[in-house]
Design a binder for this molecule. Structure first.
Ligand code: AMP
Ligand code: GLY
Length: 446
């Protein structure tokens, strides 16, 4: 039996099961705009005592305590959790989840008592293996592009399958490839050549030991976010991100150049289909396949005509989608996550700010290819009507400097996406660093 987390914009009486808790220390794992947003939201909870971030950035350092550890240093994380009496851990990025950080906690005689937001490695395969995700969807009858998967011993069969499809051809490396493992090609010979490069020449390393070949879906993309406590679910606001570096959605793919929430074309009727055809069967499938899931599920969708198809699952929140989804949530974030870890999500009412949130990502010139670091960022203190979430930043000699490709995500709220974006752009005008770049056309397609 699946119970629903009653999402509603009007606050009804929330069951105050959290009253039993006293203040607690919290650890957020990751270093991007997503993790700064988590820390900012968590900071507003009266139940949050100290907030730690591993490893964090200059933004998290100003509101929390950064611990300089690698997100894959499980023993180091264990020490930090014990030393700092941490009672709740939230994992931002996928890699520690796919590598089994939750399993490490569950199998440790001390850490198993610590609440943990994020799935175990077995369920994280939804993101860690495209073949696993496609098999899962096909078992649960979840709408997704038709596909087959192949390894290096099956090249002739893979070529035959390619020939049975219409162009463009979609090739996906099975494993994690930092967002680079998907190729979309118009020409069949080029598709065959790339397939050979992935399977035989290890173009994507181990991630490409298997390849999923799938049908091309023609439509418009958006993402829906779900919180699951293993039994119940809650659908969070939808968002659309802008992945390409160039205006008009041109040029190379990036981690994300901006996002908007809600998505104007995600009508109530469409979201209803998403819930019935995708969210409910996903939660049911996880239970049936004995994959207990406490955490965020990011469902990447293609809207084809009026129907949703799943492009991918991620086992975490998106970045920069978090920077528009979380600021619209009016609930106490800590209470919401405690409800996730305690299997009490059905007792929570989700309260959403009806305004539109937009975020514009400011990057180092050259990104996603080579770029320079250690540029001093000025003007941050002059921003008053937007939220500035840090991504690749650090403090150096009292100044904030850039340390990554994506440097900042500037979020504003407005009555529609135009108003929100205008505010975000006005705020960005007050910020400067050498070779800074951002897209000025976000929302052009809405
Ligand atoms: P993924 O890493 O699975 O999110 O894929 C990266 C991008 O490739 C997606 O965001 C889509 O824009 C595109 N894509 C992936 N699969 C398909 C598909 N079957 N049809 C059309 N576009 C796709
Ligand atoms: N913005 C896409 C992602 O977080 O994967």
């Amino acid at each position: 039996m699946i119970f629903k987390g009653k999402p509603t914009v009007t606050s009804t009486k929330e069951v105050n099961f959290v009253k039993q808790f006293i203040k607690m220390n919290i650890l957020i794992i990751g270093s991007g705009g997503r993790e700064h947003t988590f820390a900012w939201k968590m900071k507003q909870s009266p139940y949050a005592e100290k907030i730690f971030v591993i490893p964090g950035n200059a933004g998290t350092a100003s509101i929390a305590i950064n611990l300089n550890l690698d997100v894959l240093d499980f023993e180091g994380i264990k020490k930090a959790v014990i030393q700092n009496a941490i009672e709740l851990v939230i994992v931002g990025p996928e890699v520690p989840l796919v590598e089994g950080l939750r399993d490490f906690f569950e199998n440790d005689k001390i850490l198993k008592f610590v609440r943990f937001i994020g799935p175990a490695a077995a369920a994280a395969q939804l993101e860690g293996s495209k073949e696993f995700a496609k098999h899962f969807m096909s078992r649960q009858n979840i709408p997704t592009a038709a596909y087959q998967s192949f390894d290096k011993t099956q090249l002739p069969a893979a070529f035959a399958f390619l020939e049975s499809l219409q162009p463009p051809y979609v090739l996906k490396a099975d494993g994690l490839a930092a967002g680079k493992g998907v190729l979309i090609l118009d020409d069949i010979n080029e598709a065959k050549q790339e397939l050979r490069a992935i399977l035989l020449d290890a173009k994507f390393g181990k991630a490409g030991q298997k390849v999923v070949i799938e049908e091309f879906l023609n439509g418009i993309e958006l993402s829906v976010f779900v919180l699951s406590d293993g039994e119940h679910y809650m659908i969070l606001p939808s968002a659309k991100d802008y992945k390409r570096i160039g205006e008009g959605d041109t040029g190379l793919n990036t981690g994300g150049m901006g996002a908007v929430s809600p998505v104007p074309f995600a009508t109530a009727d469409f979201l209803n289909k998403v819930e019935k055809r995708i969210v409910i069967p996903t939660i049911k499938g996880l239970k049936e396949q004995n994959l207990p899931y406490k955490g965020f599920i990011f469902i990447g969708l293609m809207k084809v005509g009026d129907d949703p198809y799943v492009i991918e699952y991620n086992v975490r929140m998106g970045d920069p989608e978090t920077e528009v989804v979380i600021p619209r949530i009016e609930n106490d974030f800590l209470k919401l996550l405690l409800a996730v870890s305690d299997g009490q999500l059905h007792k929570m009412d989700l309260r959403i700010n009806p305004q539109t949130a937009a975020t514009v990502v400011v990057v180092s010139g050259g990104y996603p290819e080579a770029y320079e670091k250690h540029k001093t960022i000025s003007g941050l203190e002059n921003v008053t009507d937007s939220l500035v979430f840090h991504a690749g930043t650090a403090f150096k000699d009292g100044a904030v400097v850039s340390t990554g490709g994506r440097v900042l995500a500037v979020t504003a709220l407005g009555n529609d996406h135009k108003e929100a974006l205008k505010k975000a752009y006005t705020s960005i005008d007050k910020i400067a660093f050498d070779k800074m770049y951002f897209r000025k056309d976000l929302g052009f397609d809405l």
